[in-house]
Design a protein around this ligand. Structure first.
Ligand SMILES: *Cc1c(COP(=O)(O)O)cnc(C)c1O
Length: 397
């Protein structure tokens, strides 16, 4: 079937929750996608920072295929070896002692919110329930995570929202300090805001946030759903800031494209989740956790973190050069590793559409920020190919 035929059928049967581009990808390999008509695309979106190892990485594909033939699903009533292995890897790589598995970023944040509230109520009193988050944050689309998200556009029409969230400006420790009250139990932040337009805070901000949490017995939750798993050149983005949280959530890139989420915590906090307090039917089933184990091993074995740092510096440098070439169009280039935002002086939607027609997948977060989140395996050749197309588009503006 042609792309046009698929799009006509989608119009009839699929709810219109997304402003979709007229593209029907049917095959992927490395940094490239092919559509239903056989046209090839260079993918600098990577499924929104999901396909960090590129499309159909042979180790992830093999793990999924062999696990699918062995056991796809059982139940969390039983012990699941692949889940246990993935938890051991994640705890070994981070501050965390224990993992809870679910199926998405929003669900991981739901678990974090529930754990923070239960732990705080049990240890500091029944009135401790409030969670402070940042303006322009993004934490998901469920009711609790929509309430946590600091953007009106995702909340409109869905109130009453969940009670107990307060939003403060990001990268402003003073505002945070002033917002803390007797009901506050936790602070939930993205180390780098993704949907908010690739906003990197000062290192001193997180030092202060950590100190505030220590002083006032508040739980620090990092939402690393987008920036975790090597995206910034470190396994977890908070490693750049020299502090650790008490809870961390991961999802997008954790299992090479298989749907998964996890909430990691210290033993002290994890004890609040006793049998029956939280759960998920599919959470961490054998299929997705086998993919997760293969993904983490590939990141380690293939030197992906160092590569991300190096190629990220190259791409940032080239984008900086473009900024000097087009000072009227590009206002700022920012980011770490391969989590890069280019703030424009004009809306970026048309650039994304033109790029698509020329076989390049880009993305616009917020109205004027182009977000570059290619697979971490991207090479200099693909970066140069992207830059040639992108420069051509800028020249025509
Ligand atoms: C994508 C994202 C989420 C939501 O993840 P889903 O898997 O879509 O539920 C939450 N937090 C951040 C920072 C994200 O980027």
């Amino acid at each position: 079937m042609t792309s046009t035929a698929w799009i006509e059928k989608a119009d009839k049967y699929i709810m219109k929750t997304y402003g979709r581009y007229p593209l029907v990808p049917v095959k992927g390999e490395g940094c490239y996608l092919w559509d239903a008509d056989g046209k090839k695309y260079l993918d600098f979106l990577a499924g929104v920072a999901v396909n960090n190892l590129g499309h159909c990485h042979p180790k992830v594909t093999a793990a999924l295929a062999s696990q699918a033939a062995e056991l796809i699903h059982c139940s969390n009533y039983y012990h699941i070896p692949q889940q246990i292995e993935l938890a051991e890897l994640l705890c070994g790589l981070s501050f965390a002692d224990k993992a809870f598995f679910c199926n998405s970023g929003a669900e991981a944040n739901e678990a974090a919110i529930k754990l923070a509230r239960k732990y705080s109520r049990e240890n500091y009193g029944l009135d401790r329930y409030e969670i402070i988050t940042a303006i322009s944050s993004f934490h998901g689309r469920t009711m609790a995570t929509v309430s946590a998200t600091g953007q009106e556009k995702v909340q409109k029409f869905f109130d009453p929202l969940l009670h107990g969230f307060r939003h403060v400006p990001f990268n402003d420790a003073k505002a945070l300090r002033e917002a803390i009250g007797p009901c506050t139990c936790a602070i939930m932040l993205e180390p780098i805001q993704g949907e908010g337009g690739v906003v990197v805070p000062d290192a001193s901000y997180f030092q202060e946030v950590r100190q505030l949490c220590n002083e006032q017995n508040l739980i620090l939750i990092f939402d690393e759903v987008q920036v975790g798993m090597g995206r910034t050149g470190k396994m977890f983005a908070h490693e750049h800031f020299g502090i650790t949280p008490d809870i961390m959530t991961l999802a997008k890139a954790l299992a090479g494209g298989a749907p998964i989420g996890t909430m990691l915590a210290t033993d002290k906090l994890a004890e609040a989740f006793t049998p029956g307090t939280h759960g998920s039917t599919f959470g961490g089933n054998p299929l997705v956790t086998a993919a997760g184990v293969a993904t983490i091993r590939a990141i380690m074995e293939e030197g992906i973190l160092n590569h991300t740092e190096e190629i990220g510096e190259y791409l940032m440098g080239e984008l900086e050069a473009l900024k000097h070439k087009f000072p009227g169009l590009i206002k700022e280039v920012r980011g770490i590793g391969l989590m890069i935002g280019v703030e424009l002086s004009i809306p970026g939607g048309d650039i994304v559409k033109t790029a698509l027609s020329r076989g390049l997948l880009l993305n616009c977060a917020q109205e004027k920020v182009l977000r570059f989140v290619p697979p971490l395996i991207v090479g200099k050749k693909e970066v140069d190919e992207m830059l040639a197309t992108f420069t051509g588009i800028l020249q025509e503006l």
